[in-house]
Design a protein around this ligand. Sequence first.
Ligand SMILES: CC(C)(COP(=O)(O)OP(=O)(O)OC[C@H]1O[C@@H](n2cnc3c(N)ncnc32)[C@H](O)[C@@H]1OP(=O)(O)O)[C@@H](O)C(=O)NCCC(=O)NCCS
Length: 160
Amino acid sequence: MDAPDRNAPLDDIDRIMSVMERAFQPEFGEAWNRRQVGDALVVGNCRYGLIGSDGHDTLADHEDAAGFFLSRAILDEEELLLFAIAPAHRRKGLGHLLLSRFLATSKQAGMSRVFLEMRRGNPAAFLYAAHGFQEIGVRPSYYRTPDGSRIDAISQELVF
Ligand SMILES: CC(C)(COP(=O)(O)OP(=O)(O)OC[C@H]1O[C@@H](n2cnc3c(N)ncnc32)[C@H](O)[C@@H]1OP(=O)(O)O)[C@@H](O)C(=O)NCCC(=O)NCCS
């Protein structure tokens, strides 16, 4: 087998996985594995976006991502499947910036509604509320943690 080319540009799935592995708390089982991400990205209706530590959405060849989103559109509705900023880059406004870009491109693409599901108590709720998302439903005790406790899943939507 050939040795990896250290000068090769970083692959976007590597960038996504690198953020994924750091961003999600393992006990909630929210992170996807590499295969799930790869499978989603070969499906035509899924898209992703990256953000660098300086806020840019176009990364230099060897630059890691500070955050990413991954979404799936069905007709005129888009679901935000994954959204994360790596811990070292949080509370600097990158989440606001990436979410604004996601919403702008979604609207531009003709979507009429965006929705997502999150674990109750996730501080991401403040971010989503700031961008106009509203709670539309609850799946009681949807997430199970290793200690046996249960946490509700909250569905949120934003209508353009
Ligand atoms: C949620 C997340 C994306 C926010 O990223 P971020 O870059 O820190 O976001 P910002 O700096 O733009 O802050 C956005 C707002 O979110 C809220 N917020 C983010 N983290 C918070 C925390 N730990 N406690 C309270 N509020 C928080 C604040 O309202 C903040 O706005 P403010 O700083 O103006 O008060 C990030 O914490 C993350 O990746 N979490 C783990 C993955 C995850 O749970 N994703 C959402 C799945 S539904």
